[in-house]
Design a protein around this ligand. Sequence first.
Ligand code: ATP
Length: 300
Amino acid sequence: MLAHTADQPISGPVQKMELRAPAKINLCLHVIGRRPDGYHDLFSLMCGVALYDHLVLGIGAAENTIQCDHPVVPGDENNLALKAALLFNQTLDRENGILSQPVSIRLTKHIPPAGGLGGGSSDAAAVLKGLNDHYGAPFDRDRLLALAVRLGADVPFFIDQRPALAEGIGERLTPYHGLPAFGVVLVCPDFGISTAQVFGSLNFGLTKSKKKLRYKPFKNGNFSATDHLHNDLEAGVIRRFPVIEKIKKMLLDQGAIGSLMSGSGSTVFGLFEDKEAAGRAAKRLDRPDAWQVFATRLLV
Ligand code: ATP
């Protein structure tokens, strides 16, 4: 563990830290209303899935840099992982008087970007937590969550990575217990979808009143695919990309307990009894080579 006070210069070798960052799916996503700041109030059951990006941090590098192997993911300060490192270091310098060290990041993407799987947000949370560990936990959980939400609405979820009901813009998290360890097939078609565009095209009509939630209330352990799988963003996305509906049907035809688009798409997931059942179904899917398919499980 290294912690340098502001008047101690840093020297020494670059310290390597390997991290993995899981994807998430939204088992339900209700959009409650648009806020004056342009964000939307949500109610969502979020859960991690065992599909991971890999990051290698070099702490004490010559400068802050990121190198990413994916062509559509930014390899500069627009990358959320580097944004997270810069925010962490600035906060450490300013608020804790600890002289932070520049970080080089090598990011290997396995989570398809712009797929509604939260890959960028998870990368950012992994960097915040990794750097916090490196400096001996100068920030408690609440301060980490406060930094996380400045990077994006989904980032706080990935600080704990436990199944949770998310409210507000996604930052108010209540742990949700008793979710079965479902197997999951993720089908990622050959296009990503911009989250901002999907939310931008939502129509709440002329009234400012909040939408009434119509679903069976969640109690720990009562998750039911029939009662709870629902995504308010799905119908609008299906109008633009009818293939989403087709994928849902393909998954149900292969025995999925339920199937839904995750977040703002484009990934569609199917829930299965366990990872083995998911693996068998994934093999049977008759789909174009350009789609990515993963057989995995919920992180419960
Ligand atoms: P959102 O969190 O907006 O719902 P998503 O889960 O659909 O997004 P992400 O994988 O987070 O998808 O990527 C959204 C966009 O963010 C990408 O198209 C990319 O331009 C940008 N981005 C920035 N940093 C990253 C990162 N580390 N990994 C993936 N995308 C990133």
